[in-house]
Design a protein around this ligand. Structure first.
Ligand code: FAD
Length: 467
């Protein structure tokens, strides 16, 4: 029988899906090669999760500095050194990319810099950065080629230099005076938050009736109010019709409430979604099933072609770094003879707005839609000491539990460090914990985690700090 060490595993794409899959395959004894056409770390480290959070963190610090008098501290803010903000972003990104390079070496993974496409069902052809070609045979291949920003068919978007995608918006050479964001999804809302805090006048235009469609509606409405109060203009059920050149940058025609309104903006961020980056692979050449470039897989991350797996954004489903990584581990384990399945039920969704917003499991809307018998527990953060200290008690935690057994079905948090708090809730869902088990778990004081416990208890009328 073949030993793991004889199995060659080739991973295409070095993002959080691909590099994690490569490391897991190496841990299991595979002979691993990773092919990356651009930079290790993929979208996430280079133009996604990490650079956005560097900007958001600086923007948050700026806002806090401006409001230090709330804490009794006198500070005068002299403005922003935008070059320094940008260099810090580069420095953090580079440090993490170098970290991944180090992990590749430590795990004895060969990294080839180049673009891969299928030569046959058992080999890839790589066009390397230096122009040479290499045929790379494999026993198993894991496709993790990710995604790129989608360009909507709005007249003028392609031609107008004021229009940028998220990558462009992360690298502005100055903070624009006015920014119009097309798309009220996660990327649009995060960059709207960052630039509004840096001082831009921001308008968000969303075609759907609601921002952040996958998040809890009640908390989304609270977030919208807060953002509007902080000066962001938000239009929903509003459709951008065209973008034209204008002295300020661009003139954007928006149809809203049956009328067409015109907005001028120095920059227009187009954040309407992402499309899979699978064209170069030549999926049809080897008969890999896909839906317009979105690779089809089962819960073992297997495609329809034996020995070929696919993970992460290139599936065109849930486009999140931690999902790509989780699927990468599953694919690597299956490629090396173990049996693993991907189950998204513990997958948290996080939005780094102010306050932060995070959710896991069922939303109330979904529970209703599926006809599930549920109970809701809500705890306002105004009643939590730590939240009151940190942000004045803005936000709310909401639990959805099963009516009969009290099992945790979903948790939704709007509040300070919501994106960290959601980890405990994901574990609860994964372990099928009941509200009684959360009751029995002592949470430290004073922390916002106490409010997580109280929200769970509120679902069974046992919360202490609310009437
Ligand atoms: P990618 O990270 O896209 O990596 C794919 C890699 O494959 C790329 O490096 C690409 O160059 C390479 N490649 C493609 N084709 C080939 C080929 N033929 N040959 C060789 N190499 C190839 N997610 C979160 O979870 N949290 C966040 O806070 C978050 N913030 C985001 C903010 C922004 C602005 C954006 C754009 C995305 C954000 N995301 C976030 C999403 C996250 O970045 C992606 O879900 C994640 O990077 C997907 O990982 P992946 O490995 O599937 O693909």
């Amino acid at each position: 029988a073949k030993k793991a060490g004889d199995t060659s595993v080739v991973v295409v794409g070095g993002g959080p899906g691909g590099y994690v899959a490569a490391i897991r395959a190496a841990q299991l004894g595979g002979k691993v090669t990773l092919i990356e056409k651009n930079k290790l770390g993929g979208t996430c480290l280079n133009v996604g999760c990490i650079p956005t959070k560097v900007l958001l963190h600086a923007a948050e610090a700026l806002t806090e500095a401006k409001h230090m008098d709330n804490l009794g501290i006198q500070v005068s803010v002299n403005g922003i050194d935008w070059k320094a903000v940008q260099s810090r972003k580069e420095a953090v990104t580079n440090q993490l990319v170098n970290g991944v390079t180090g992990l590749m070496k430590a795990n004895k993974i060969r990294v080839i810099e180049g673009t891969a496409s299928f030569a046959s069902k058992t080999a890839l052809e790589v066009v390397k950065k230096d122009g040479t070609k290499e045929n790379v045979p494999f026993d198993k291949v894991i496709l993790a080629t990710g995604s790129v920003p989608a360009v909507p068919p709005i007249p003028g978007v392609k031609e107008n230099a004021a229009c940028v995608d998220s990558t462009g918006a992360l690298a502005f050479d100055h903070v624009p005076e006015t920014l119009l964001v097309i798309g009220g999804g996660v990327i649009g809302m995060e960059l709207a938050t960052a630039y509004s805090r840096f001082g831009a006048k921001v308008t968000v235009v969303e075609a759907m009736p609601k921002l952040l469609p996958m998040m809890d509606g009640e908390l989304t409405a609270m977030l919208r109010k807060k953002m509007e109060a902080s000066g962001v203009t938000i239009l929903t059920e509003a459709k951008v019709q065209s973008v034209e050149a204008a002295p300020a940058g661009a003139k954007v025609q928006v149809e809203v409430g049956g009328k067409v309104e015109s907005f001028e903006a120095e920059k227009v961020l187009v954040a309407v979604g992402r499309r899979t980056d699978t064209e170069a692979l030549g999926l049809d050449k080897v008969g890999i099933a896909h839906d317009r470039g979105r690779i089809t897989v089962n819960d073992k991350m297997e495609t329809n072609v034996p020995n070929i797996y696919a993970i992460g954004d290139c599936l065109g489903k849930v486009m999140l770094a931690h999902v790509a990584s989780a699927q990468g581990e599953v694919a690597a384990e299956n490629a090396l003879g173990e049996t693993a399945v991907y189950d998204g039920k513990t997958n948290p969704s996080c939005v780094y707005t102010d306050p932060e917003f995070a959710g896991v499991g069922l939303t109330e809307e979904k529970a209703k839609e599926e006809g599930i018998a549920y109970q809701v527990g809500k705890f306002p953060l105004m009643a939590n000491g730590k939240a009151l200290i940190m942000n004045g008690g803005e936000g709310m935690i909401k639990f959805i539990i099963g009516k009969e057994y009290g099992e945790v079905l979903g948790v939704h948090i709007l509040g300070p460090r919501a994106t960290d708090l959601i980890g405990e809730c994901a574990l609860a869902i994964g372990m099928e914990a009941t509200v009684d088990e959360i009751y029995a778990t002592i949470h430290a004081h004073p922390t916002v985690t106490e409010a997580v416990r109280e929200a769970a208890l509120a679902a069974t009328k046992r919360a202490i700090h609310i009437p």
